[in-house]
Design a binder for this molecule. Structure first.
Ligand code: PHE
Length: 629
């Protein structure tokens, strides 16, 4: 037991990537305030140590379960949060700080990631052995749809064969992977190539495959290449200055039985990595329901459902993807299914003698697959409802609009330097004498003057405009297409106090009671004065510190990991500039107004309990991510 209380999670997978089960102590349980109909909670856990890999370095997050004395937690996503690992998922029963829990890793899923990751390094090395001075900058080992390595060097598609041979050569040498913990200074001293800047205040992991140059890497890897599954350099493509080398990895277990019919497990959608008992039960019910509705002749039904290649056998194959401890129960599910199918077909045969068509009214119905709205659409609905309650009207304006509405009417004449802040996409279209060029809207502020015009320049105006926006930037916190919402209020006697009151109202409604807003001076061309808007952090309530009891029951203060400063910056606001009112035909002597606007995705990711670290996931089409909301 250490004396000092700390939330830094000890990362066990760094030492031993093959560890599948261990115990740990809960440091903190963060409950989402929503309880699901079945009584479960969506929650986040912080542990003193973990074997679950948090998503990063191109490797997806692990999954599995955490079992405590009075409850279990199903881990659906794991992320790294300023020194601590955050396990996100579903809590059934009760878990609390201080509980000793057992961590069970979903090993099939992890082992597949280890294959993808290690083989990625080998493909990388094979390219470097083949193409002189090749430099790689990024790797995708399972987060996107395809596995790939990005090189800043030109790699020609003609070299595919050669690279493949090199990959096989490396694997055949049966090299081992070794890791050690060293400081950044030590890495530099040893001449290690650092692909990006690394922190110098803590030991870092250095990975070495065989005798190849070592590199910093925090992922999980195979011990020896003799464990490697068959790998294929599948494609080489150019992406601007970069070259992408794609590879596929086959799980020999899942290809063996499908007789030469290759299943590429690099595509998570096609070949599930594992199957839970719930999924098995659901599929079993589906098959029973399908049979009960099937009108085919009885002889056909027998082959279709119970034949060698029938639906039952197809599902039974999945048993090898069930985790070992669940196999027994999976066996029972399959036995019950088989009996049910046999009985149903037998009854059909019996009833045929009487020639009266027979329907089994006791058969289970076919459960419709339930979907739900995309999380971003859910957020937009919620924002709309919140503002409608205080008299705002939701409007929609074009997302391909004239320069006039996006910039010029907002006090940004052509060539004004402030325009550079908006990384604009231009549309190839004739330039209009009055309205200028056609652009993709860079913000929802284009709605301001449009709304003034729609109301014939006659306040009161209380508008909420939610729309897609586009900017030329893409990284973990930006996508080229995103959503904003914009509020505009114009009337007689509108002041900053109205703005502040509206922001406070929104903060409480969207993030929960007690959330406060804060405005700081800033600059926008279309508002004067202008502000940046912050909301207080729901974890530390704006203090930047959280109190926790240490091992001895004494209260300790630590820095809040979610905000660092107590506040989250969300967007901009201000009092509508007189020139904007004039552009909308409104007399600034008579009327004043305020406006605010910011990103829907960003606002949503800050909701209590969500903590989404990469907003690109929203648009990845990754069902395992989207299904959680
Ligand atoms: N349109 C601004 C942006 O995209 C935000 C803003 C809206 C600022 C309304 C002030 C008033 O950054």
């Amino acid at each position: 037991m250490t004396e000092k209380h700390t939330t830094q999670t000890n990362l066990l997978y760094l030492e031993d990537a093959y560890l599948q089960q261990t115990t740990a102590n809960i440091v903190e349980v963060i409950l989402d305030n929503k309880v699901r109909p079945d009584g479960s909670h969506s929650a986040s856990l912080i542990l003193d140590q973990t074997l679950f890999y948090p998503q990063g370095g191109g490797q997806p997050a692990d999954q599995g379960t955490v079992e405590g004395p009075n409850g279990t937690f199903e881990v659906t996503h794991v992320s790294y949060n300023g020194g601590s690992v955050l396990h996100k998922g579903t809590l059934r029963g009760n878990l609390k700080a201080g509980d000793t829990v057992t961590l069970n890793l979903d090993w099939n899923r992890r082992y597949q990631h280890m294959q993808w990751h290690t083989l990625g390094h080998i493909v990388d090395q094979a390219v470097k052995n083949t193409v002189k001075d090749a430099t790689s900058i990024d790797g995708n080992h399972g987060i996107g749809k395809k596995l790939s390595i990005t090189f800043t060097t030109k790699i020609s598609a003609d070299q595919k064969q050669q690279i493949q041979q090199e990959v096989e050569k490396i694997i055949a040498q049966n090299v081992s992977t070794t890791t050690e913990m060293v400081t950044k200074d030590e890495m530099i001293k040893r001449g290690v190539k650092l692909p990006f800047d690394l922190p110098s205040n803590k030991p870092l992991r250095l990975l070495q495959i065989g005798k190849f140059p070592p590199m910093p890497d925090g992922g999980t890897h195979l011990r020896q290449t003799n464990e490697a599954w068959p790998v294929q350099v599948s494609d080489i493509q150019q992406d601007g200055e970069n070259s992408l080398v794609y590879y596929t990895v086959e799980n020999p277990e899942s290809t063996k039985k499908s007789k030469g019919n290759k299943v590429s497990v690099a595509d998570g959608q096609k070949a599930p990595l594992f199957i839970s008992l719930t999924a098995l039960r659901r599929q079993s019910t589906d098959i029973r329901a399908e049979l009960s509705l099937d009108q085919s002749p009885v002889e056909e039904l027998t082959t279709k459902y119970l034949g060698k290649k029938g639906k039952f056998n197809e599902l039974a194959k999945e048993i090898r993807n069930v985790s070992p401890e669940d196999r027994k129960e999976a066996g029972q599910i399959l036995n019950e299914l088989k009996t049910a199918l046999e009985q149903h077909i037998q009854k059909l045969k019996d009833s045929q003698n009487t020639t009266v068509p027979w329907t089994d009214l006791t058969a289970p119905g076919q459960p419709p697959k339930l979907g739900h709205m995309h999380p971003v659409s859910q957020a937009m609905e919620e924002v709309t409802r919140i503002f409608e309650r205080i008299g705002f009207t939701r409007v929609r304006y074009p997302e391909v609009d004239w320069d006039h509405y996006v910039f010029e009417a907002l006090n940004m004449p052509p060539d004004h330097p402030a325009r550079d802040e908006w990384e604009t996409f231009f549309i190839e279209a004739p330039i209009d004498q009055k309205f200028g060029k056609v652009v993709l809207t860079t913000h929802t502020s284009n709605g301001q003057v449009r709304e003034m015009e729609r109301l014939n320049s006659t306040p009161p105006i209380r508008m909420i405009n939610i729309a897609r926006c586009y900017r030329r930037q893409q990284d973990a916190t930006h996508t080229q297409m995103f959503h904003q919402f914009e509020g505009l209020v114009v009337d007689k006697g509108i002041t900053i106090q109205h703005l502040k009151g509206t922001l406070d109202y929104f903060a409480q409604e969207f993030y929960g009671p007690g959330t406060k807003s804060r405005i700081r001076p800033f600059h926008f061309q279309f508002t004067e004065p202008s502000f940046e808007v912050d909301f207080s952090c729901h974890i530390c309530h704006g203090t930047g510190e959280v109190e926790q009891k240490d091992g001895k029951g004494e209260v300790q203060k630590t820095k809040c990991k979610f905000c660092k400063s107590g506040w989250h910056e969300v967007g901009g606001a201000g009092m509508v500039h007189p020139n904007v009112l004039k552009a909308g035909g409104i007399d600034p002597e008579e009327y004043t107004g305020f406006a605010f606007g910011w990103g829907v995705e960003r606002t949503y990711t800050l909701k209590p309990g969500l903590n989404i670290d990469d907003i690109r996931l929203f648009y990845s089409g990754e069902m395992r991510f989207l299904e959680q909301f």
